[in-house]
Design a protein around this ligand. Structure first.
Ligand code: ARG
Length: 458
């Protein structure tokens, strides 16, 4: 088929080259953004007297018709077209004749594709943020319900100090709050219109880039035409933001997988978010969490591919840049689905409070509090730490636990110990006395919940 750009070249491209060159298979998802951009462009051309008002009206009506027809399925996207930009222009010219050929005045596919991708991704960022906020809400609601559930807190995956389950969940709410913030920040830099940069050097036509940008809802325009068409920072940035988000989801996935295991038994996922085994009847697998953990690697790959694709490119547009789309689309789709799965999975997750508490009761998780007890009675912390360590060693050797070790035995280690030590090493005391700002006490969790909810609504 004759190419729109045929002119310089006389011979046809080979079939394999056409196939290799075509991006319609993945960029057709930007049809709406492409058409909306073209409508704004036609209006700008008319306003500036570059085309007649009546011509712009013909173009805009036809473009709106194409948009409706694609959306309704009446017009099928031709998989043999070179890309979505060419496809829309070809259909337009077929529908309105020669006036269709005027649309591409003072524009290049280089600024067009940069525009389409920015607008498309800004819309996707909105969808992602909305889901991040829903997940924050699901975590916060669970945290509120389980703000008094004691569990072991871990470092090195060894029982460290008792914490509330609500506190653990709120840690993830904080991470996701940063993800939402990063998305907003990334969108702010995406919100710069490249249209009007043309091929690379700007144009001799008297265009109005501000007018065109404003119609498309942009806050700013790219101030250097070479940069406008070559900049894909926004792709890399969004991929980084999504990678960090996925890393957070993956860490939570790992914990959920552990917590759902027979060995931990801290939570039970709803049947709606687990699968069985084809051979082992007892199995209930946390496949959704495992998939999110697995897909995180894929998203990192998308980020690496984008960074690597761009690193050696001279200004301005190079066809390598067509490779910017599939990875970022994949990352956006993956993150969107992962968030949706997580929202449902977290809000239906059952918490096995008794098992969590039981796990916290073993492992000398209150040894720090024992040391703190001595310190509060005047002993330097390092000495108190040593004594508590010896008591733990004694207990392990003699099959005892701190809660029931007799006072006389304690006194053999230090005569500072009195009856009130038992109160201080009680798990409820341990958690609720950690009332420092950001600590694990119920009061602190409540203020964390308020903080997060305020941020979400503000
Ligand atoms: N399909 C191309 C892309 O996605 C559109 C830009 C083509 N521009 C060009 N000069 N070949 O990057």
């Amino acid at each position: 088929m004759a190419k729109m750009w045929a002119g310089r070249t006389a011979g046809d491209t080979s079939k394999i080259a056409d196939e290799f060159n075509s991006s319609i298979g993945f960029d057709s998802r930007m049809y709406k953004e492409d058409i909306t951009g073209s409508i704004a462009h036609a209006k700008m051309l008319a306003k500036q007297g570059i085309i007649a008002q009546s011509e712009a009206e013909t173009l805009c009506d036809a473009l709106a018709g194409i948009l409706d027809d694609i959306a309704s399925g009446k017009l099928l996207i031709d998989k043999n077209a070179e890309d979505i930009h060419m496809f829309v222009e070809e259909v337009l010219t077929a529908r309105v004749g020669d006036v269709g050929k005027k649309l591409h005045t003072a524009r290049s596919r280089n600024d067009q594709v940069a525009l389409d991708l920015r607008v498309y991704l800004m819309n996707r960022v909105d969808e992602l943020s909305e889901r991040v906020y829903s997940l924050i809400a699901a975590l916060t609601d669970q945290a509120e319900q389980h703000k008094t559930v004691i569990m072991p807190g871990y470092t090195h995956l060894q029982r460290a100090q008792p914490i509330m389950f609500g506190h653990h969940l709120m840690a993830y709410a904080m991470m996701l709050l940063r993800d939402a913030d990063r998305m907003a920040d990334c969108k702010r830099r995406m919100n710069v219109s490249p249209i009007g940069c043309c091929a690379l050097a700007g144009t001799t036509y008297d265009t109005d880039r501000y007018f065109e940008a404003e119609q498309l809802g942009f806050d700013e325009i790219a101030m250097n035409s070479l940069d406008g068409v070559s900049d894909r920072d926004f792709v890399v940035e969004l991929l980084s933001v999504i990678s960090i988000l996925m890393m957070h989801l993956s860490r939570l996935s790992e914990e959920i997988i552990l917590w759902s295991s027979w060995e931990f038994g801290f939570v039970e996922l709803s049947d709606a978010y687990t699968t069985g085994s084809s051979i082992m009847p007892q199995k209930k697998n946390s496949d959704m969490a495992e998939l999110v953990r697995g897909k995180t690697g894929r998203v990192y790959g998308d980020l690496m591919a984008a960074l690597t694709m761009l690193k050696g490119l001279p200004l301005a547009y190079n066809k390598d840049m067509q490779e910017d789309k599939e990875g970022v689309f994949d990352a956006v789709d993956t993150a969107k689905m992962s968030l949706e799965v997580f929202i449902g999975m977290i809000s239906t997750m059952k918490v096995k409070a008794d098992n969590m508490k039981k796990a916290a009761q073993r492992g000398f998780i209150n040894a720090t509090d024992l040391a703190d007890y001595l310190t509060k009675k005047g002993m330097p912390f390092r000495s108190a730490y040593k004594i508590s360590g010896s008591i733990v060693a004694y207990c392990i050797e003699n099959g005892q636990v701190l809660e029931t070790l007799p006072l006389e035995t304690y006194k053999e280690f230090s005569d500072i110990f009195e009856e009130d030590l038992y109160e201080d090493i009680d798990l409820d005391t341990c958690v609720n006395k950690r009332n420092s700002v950001g600590g694990t006490s119920v009061q602190s969790i409540e203020s964390q919940i308020n903080y997060v909810r305020r941020k979400c609504n503000g």
